[in-house]
Design a protein around this ligand. Sequence first.
Ligand SMILES: [Mn+2]
Length: 359
Amino acid sequence: MTIPFRIPIPDLDHSLAQLLDHKPPRLLPSQTVQQLCHTLKTQLLAVPNIIPLQSPVTIVGDIHGQYHDLLEIFEIGGSPPNTNYLFLGDYVDRGYYSVETITLLIALKLRYPNRISLIRGNHESRTITTNYGFYSEVINKYEGSAEVWQYITDLFDYLPLGATIDGKIFATHGGLSPSCQQLDQIRSIDRFKEIPHDGIMADLVWSDPDPEIMDFKLSPRGAGYLFGYEVIEKFCHDNGLEQLVRAHQLCNEGYVSYWRGKCLTVWSAPNYCYRCGNKASVLEVMDTSYLGGKNSKCNEQGVLPGQFFNVFEASPENDQDTANGRGVNGVLGSDNGEDVDLFGDFFTSKKKKPTEYFL
Ligand SMILES: [Mn+2]
């Protein structure tokens, strides 16, 4: 079949209506998903590894297939295209609606290309989605066919790795890399591939801040690094940045501020996996003109001037899925009361077999 470079707006609106105007949302036909993915791939070819964005923008952390909680974000944060959104990755796995979540985001990106930005998380990968739910969800929802998983994971290879906001904030899914001192090193990566085992691209999606250390340290996740205060100070100084905003770690209150706002974690999956009982947030970056000045002190949320964590709790549908014992998609519930590996993606977890990919 011939796939056009652009999909007509009425067709995109039809796909959006299938997802947004029905409860439960309607699955898009496999052929439609193929067309959406192909078209977005051709558009992402021209997008740099680090997207240069301007404020105002609302930054969203991990969603993990919690479709109804994503709709909640559009309720509290404004719906596209009225609010600009930057999504920091981890759209799929864990939650029960990975297919609906990622197809909605793809359709929104195509419909409002300048209002929605999507970057890559460590779960936007063939290996991880095979183990943490997305692959099995596709098989279950598309009558045993893996085609849709194939189209979407192929698209993941095209997603950018980060964004800057007004040149002052760097946003990425995980964090910094000992192999990367300059943003230009990220800009020159060939990103159109599966996430490698190690190197800058892996570290960007796998690393975490650690307030206890100064330098880099191997991560207990088995991929990426922990990075400390001196690392982030130097990276910001050398690149003319004021702050790093990232996602990737569950936060009970929906967010965490490190080093007086130098690094922020934004987590957007409330009651993660329908059982953690945590809050979630989105980070609203309204204005960066005050950053870098002498008055650029963090407030009680730990954010810098012109920023606000909009905190929210689980949607009624999330509560319903919890009550119905939906459990964790693709990850077996525990029979013996022992908690499953929720926190993540820890390849070295004692309770889960490490993924061979990283061995
Ligand atoms: Mn992650």
